[in-house]
Design a protein around this ligand. Structure first.
Ligand code: NI
Length: 388
């Protein structure tokens, strides 16, 4: 049954891979998913939360708990360079984060579970969610619109591909596994002038450089070193010519934390440091700070259940402990509402000379090897959850 489902899943995944759509623009993808579900005999609901979402429910033959399984469906603004026969047909857009695999795996699981409905005690909700990649993201809209109600969802699960985990394996960790990704836009205003007479102006490049350095001392000198924190200035734009003092510098940064208290505190620390450095040079500034997705926290009991389901699917030795990472993931909105577990599906080709990370134009996903594992995991998980 898993083999048959995997054949279908690989076919679906390759169609999706050829037809990627950017966040909040997943019209064709959502229509495709809904069509597939209808062909399986589901009655999918679309457009929940005013975004291109699809939700379908498998009602079990007996009363019981309800489990939700979620896949994200959006792609990235990346020009694909894999050279695969099923590479993206849309210039500049690519499924470079494996969301095509997530969607296809969940569709294949929905297809395989359908004939088992009568035996299930409880329900399985399938959520296909758009716009994971671009805050405020699709998950928040779905949760607000009641995607976890009707039927009331008791627990929620999802998977993300991991190109550095060999295909055939799954990994999980309890507790905080992803960070809250917040962001800031900073404009530093100095005063222009001749590059040979810096004393006559206020050099926004020098002030900006000091700000970048000073921000790094927040973690090393103002925050408990046991607390995870990343502050990265990924963009710094200033100046027009080598011999002209820059009047303005524009900095864009990302801030990653795993504790709500520190998250609030760091915003204030950044304001203080920027303000102090700018004041020292006589520069002024404006700072826009935006809170992104919440911290993704996996529930202890649900992570245990996920591990058991994974072990039943692939054997204990293929179930690994996941390394938490300071990435952001809007699955956090579901996990904030209901206990859940977000795990990793190995998609690395064993023995491949080189592996590329997610968001890379050459990302390769061993779908034929990984798909049966993801499907078997979801089947085990759903049937376990709906038999207790
Ligand atoms: Ni992703």
């Amino acid at each position: 049954m898993v083999r048959d489902a995997a054949t279908y899943g690989v076919e679906v995944r390759r169609w999706l891979h050829r037809h990627p759509e950017l966040s909040f623009q997943e019209q064709e993808t959502a229509a495709f998913v809904a069509r597939q579900l209808r062909e399986m005999g589901y009655d999918p609901e679309t457009g929940i939360g005013g975004v291109y979402s699809v939700k379908a429910v498998l009602y079990g033959g007996r009363p019981g708990r309800t489990i939700a399984l979620r896949a994200d469906i959006d792609a990235l603004p990346i020009q694909e360079e894999t050279g695969l026969p099923y590479a993206s047909e849309t210039p500049g857009v690519m499924h470079a984060c494996g969301h095509d695999v997530h969607t296809a795996t969940l569709l294949a699981a929905a297809r395989a579970l359908k004939p088992m409905a009568a035996e299930l005690a409880g329900n399985v909700v399938f959520i296909f969610q758009p716009a994971e990649e671009v805050p405020p993201g699709g998950a928040r809209e779905l949760v607000r619109a009641g995607a976890l109600e009707d039927p009331h969802v008791d627990a929620v699960f999802g998977l993300h591909v991991d190109p550095f985990l060999p295909a055939g394996e799954l990994s999980f960790a309890a507790g905080p596994v992803n960070a809250a990704p917040d962001s800031f836009d900073l404009v530093i205003r100095g005063r222009g002038g001749h590059g040979a007479a810096p004393h006559q102006g206020i050099d926004a490049v020098v002030v900006g450089a000091q700000v970048v350095s000073a921000l790094q001392s927040i973690h090393s000198r103002m925050v408990n070193p046991f607390e995870p924190l990343v502050i990265t200035v990924g963009r710094f734009q200033a100046g027009t010519a080598r011999n002209v003092l820059a009047a303005e510098a524009r900095l864009e940064g990302t801030v990653r934390t795993t504790s709500p208290a520190l998250r609030e505190r760091v915003k204030g620390l950044i304001e203080r440091v920027v303000s102090g450095v700018c004041a020292a040079y006589g520069a002024t500034f404006s700072l826009d700070y935006t809170f992104g997705y919440p911290v993704l926290v996996n529930d202890l009991a649900m992570t245990e259940l996920a591990r058991e389901a994974a072990a039943a699917a692939v054997g204990t030795e293929a179930v690994r402990r996941a390394e938490p990472g300071m990435y952001g993931e809007d699955f956090a909105y579901y996990a904030q509402e209901r206990p859940g577990c977000f795990g990793n599906l190995g998609v690395g080709l064993p023995g491949a000379p080189q592996r590329y990370p997610a968001h890379h134009p050459k990302l390769f996903v061993a779908d034929e090897e990984a798909m049966p594992v993801g499907i078997a995991y979801y089947l085990n998980l759903a049937t376990r959850f709906c038999s207790e």
